[in-house]
Design a protein around this ligand. Structure first.
Ligand code: DAH
Length: 361
């Protein structure tokens, strides 16, 4: 028995073992469909209980002088496996990423998101539509007008004297004048009287609602707020008609039996002019008496609008014969009606567009 044959045979055994393992791992790797399957195949070759471990067990029979040769063969094999594994792993990860990129960005099978809910009209708009709806029922037509207005429609033709404080820079938002025309953000919806009466012949019954602007800013005043304007022009219209229409309106808005009170007042475009109060909707009792409360300041009355008989000067500016026709007009803040209706103490809440506030209506 040769003393060198055993070690010589041991190296051969290793080389044969490696040859037996051959390149079948390549096919196994290539057909592994997922990273997990690939790692399993890898473990079958290079894992602790893998094929190579069995071959390495033969290493202890190898003479020290032959070990480098055997080791080199093993390392070469190991490197082939490692690089085939790395290449396949790269291909698989890439295929997965490509599939993700090409997939639809959404999953049609997911349940819908219901937490967004449905929107609804702003509380001011809800109240505006309610007010307009009542006047429409009473036979009024609805008109719309611009927020940027000529001085003459907002002031002059409504009989404001040129030096009236409302026309002051401190009170109104004036815009850069165009071609000599003085232009501002309308300070009230009364401009609609001029616009409608200048373009339509009586009889007329019109309401119009929209935004108006003044240099005002505190708890109950916002530089932008909302008004509704109404007027009626025909032969023989009197203050009694105004009272009748406003009573019908207030009863529809606040319930039957709600009383209306006129107090003398002044607005340049009406004569006579009145402030109109309604019985306090918060402390009115079933028998018609009033307990008195914070909202009406213990008076039992809420001030809700300005009104009056259209001034002959206004008719003249609109080419309407004031000998033949008379008419009444009224103007009301919508925001205050909404604040009273919903008990909102600060007008700014209405315009901050905070969904936590708006979702309560
Ligand atoms: N335009 C007035 C204001 O903004 C409100 C008003 C008062 C309108 C009397 C009218 C009216 O039509 O007759 O304060």
């Amino acid at each position: 028995m040769s003393t060198t044959s055993a070690p010589e045979g041991a190296v051969q055994a290793i080389e044969e073992g490696l040859a037996r393992l051959g390149t079948s791992f390549r096919d196994a790797f290539a057909s592994a469909p997922t990273e997990q399957a690939l790692r399993l195949e890898y473990a079958k070759v290079l894992g602790k209980k893998g094929d190579l471990t069995a071959v390495l067990a033969l290493m202890r029979n190898v003479a020290p002088a032959e070990r480098p040769r055997a080791g080199a063969a093993v390392n070469a094999f190991r490197e082939q496996v490692e690089s085939a594994f790395a290449a396949r792993l790269h291909a698989i990860t890439r295929a997965v990423r490509d599939a993700e990129l090409n997939a639809r960005p959404y999953d049609l099978s997911l349940p819908g998101r219901t937490e967004l809910g449905r929107g609804h009209a702003h509380p001011i708009h809800q109240v505006r539509d309610e007010l307009l709806g009542i006047f429409r029922e009473l036979g009024f037509a609805i008109a719309e007008g611009p927020e940027v207005e000529l001085e003459e429609n907002n002031f002059t033709k409504l009989n404001f004297p040129p030096d009236h404080p409302a026309t002051d820079m401190q009170d109104s938002f004036w815009l850069a004048s165009a071609e000599g025309a003085r232009v501002l953000l309308r300070t009230h919806t009364s401009n609609m009287q001029v616009r409608e009466m200048s373009t339509h012949a009586p009889p007329l019954a019109v309401v119009s609602a929209g935004r108006v602007f003044r240099r005002d800013d505190d708890l109950t005043h916002s530089p932008m707020f909302h008004q509704i304007e109404g007027f009626l022009v025909d032969e023989g219209v009197s203050l009694a008609d105004l009272r009748g229409v406003l009573t019908a309106f207030v009863e529809r808005l606040y319930g039957p039996g709600t009383p209306v009170r006129f107090r003398p007042s002044f607005f340049p475009f009406v004569e006579p002019g009145v402030e109109v109060d309604v019985g306090c909707v918060f402390c009115r009792k079933a028998d018609g008496s009033y307990a008195g409360c914070r909202v009406c300041k213990q008076s039992g009355w809420l001030e809700v609008l300005g009104a009056g008989m259209i001034h002959p000067e206004v008719f003249r500016h609109c080419d309407i014969d004031s000998e033949k026709y008379t008419g009444f007009a009224f103007g009301m803040g919508i925001d205050r009606v909404a604040m009273l209706k919903y008990g909102v103490p600060n007008i700014r809440l209405m315009f901050e567009s905070d969904p936590r506030f708006l979702s309560q209506f």
